[in-house]
Design a protein around this ligand. Sequence first.
Ligand SMILES: [Zn+2]
Length: 127
Amino acid sequence: MADKPSHDQERENVMNHLANSVLELSDEELLAEAEGAATQQAERTRAVLLGTARLLETVNQQLLSLGHTISPQRWQQHADRGYRNHCLTCGFAVSLTPAGEIWGNALEARCPQAERSTVRKRTASAG
Ligand SMILES: [Zn+2]
C-alpha cells in the first residue's frame, strides 16, 4: 500500500474542508455572499446585453449599406453560438455572437435582389 493518499482521498478531504468552512459561516455571511454573487452576475449580464445591442446596431447598418433588408425583430438564437438573421429579400444569412464574432454570406456580397429590382426598374422606365 502507498503512503500517499489517493486522488479520491485528497478530493474527499478538500470537499470536507469546503463543507466545514461553509457550515461555519453565519446566515448573514452566507446571504451576503449569495447577494454579492447575484449582483456580479446581473452586472455581467447587463454588460453583455449592452455590447450585443451595439453589435446588432453595427451589423444592421452594415447590411443596410449592402442593400439587404434585415428585420431587427427577427434575430433568432442560433445553436450555442449566438444569433442569426436573414435578409428578407434574398435570404442571405448573417450570424453573430455576443463576443463580437460576425459572419455570413449577407456580409460578403451586395443583396442580389436589390440589384435585380434596380435593373427591373430601369428596364421598366426605359420601355
Ligand atoms: Zn439581401
